[in-house]
Design a binder for this molecule. Sequence first.
Ligand SMILES: [Zn+2]
Length: 277
Amino acid sequence: MVNLTHTLSTLITANHILDYHGICDAFGHISVRNPLNNNTFYLSGYLAPGLVSSPADLIEYYVANGSAVDPNAGRGYVERYIHSEILKRFPEQNCVIHAHAEAIVPYTITTVKTQSAYHMAGFLGQQVPNYDIKDYYNDTQTHDMLVRNSPLGAALGELFHSPSNTTNTTSIDHPLVLMRGHGFTTVDSSIETAVYRAFYAQANARIQTTAIGLASAFGSQGTIDYLSEREQLDTSVWNQALWDKPWLLWVRQVERSPVYDNSLGPLVTNTSGATGT
Ligand SMILES: [Zn+2]
């Protein structure tokens, strides 16, 4: 049964998880489509993710144009168009995460390609697109790297789909898109699995960077053996079946932390890991 309270509680806790693991700092954001109305979504107002604590901190926006449902809603994120445009472009997706994770940013400004370095990140696929916002600015706009309007958000959203896939024009062919000199954005059908992707994308970047450093110690003899396409596909299938295991751990970590508050109550209600509010 659709439960908006549970969805919003999960969104608040997901904000905390992204903060706890350094995927977001004071910046970055996560949205969820309204389970009762496909045409709107929820996103924190102008607040660091670690400080989001109640539905009053959230703003409901229209998917169509990123405007607030309540015209008197408080200050929101400038980059809410990342969320509105991706949720509009991909109606089967329900959660968008955008962050400036430090381990990932180097891959947005160098020619080093992001690769799946281990089995937890096969979902990255053979190609991770890099959104270069300077390709989409016009001269009258500020060039501050921020996705400040719908056209810039739509251009980012388009990179999640492969133009060669004409069979399903709303499929996510690239689950994660880098953003030059900025960070990354990822999307999935649920909050839990989108957080999984963000977490392991950052972990993968750390491992890949370490591997590159080790391999370089051997000069031209150094090699790195990344996952093959087949291994990426098969590990992705495996990962999709076990996202709940890390999720329950991450929920417990933030719920037991004195840093975070969730006025809608705990998601983990017993030691068997059942969730609900
Ligand atoms: Zn940003």
